[in-house]
Design a protein around this ligand. Sequence first.
Ligand code: ASC
Length: 154
Amino acid sequence: MNPTMKKLMMSAILLSLPILGNAQDKTADDYVEYRQGVFNAIGWHFKKMGPMIQGRIPYDAVEFKRHAEAVAVLSHMPAEGFVKEAKDSTLPTRVKPDVWFQTERFNTYMDDMIKAAAELAEQAGVEDKDELRPAYGNVAKQCKACHDRYRERG
Ligand code: ASC
């Protein structure tokens, strides 16, 4: 592509951005889909680490760290889907209504997950997988704590 074409392309892309990116276009369902997508991605990466810790598949320190870092990055993201704009969605969701009333308390659960995930990512990379067991277990514990408190069973 020559420089002129490149500039034209960039202008076209930049001009289309406000149309693609208008937050006001977001419906309650969009927020639900967003946060469920993030949780799916967190689960995807989290579930690749467990079998390594348990010795069910070979431990690969580089792969483990990659998954731990993915979870750490993703851990910051679900909160964006738990805003009041999402409240009236009719999509199937297991969120308990308490989330909308206990914002501060709910946020402490989120912060605990973020902290635990950051610690696991920080420790990952070591040769001995058994050293990662407590930090991995702590992430699982934070997942479960929030699910028990703010997610319907089933
Ligand atoms: C998972 C998963 C969860 C958490 C939780 C940890 O793999 O889907 O919800 O771990 O069970 O205790």
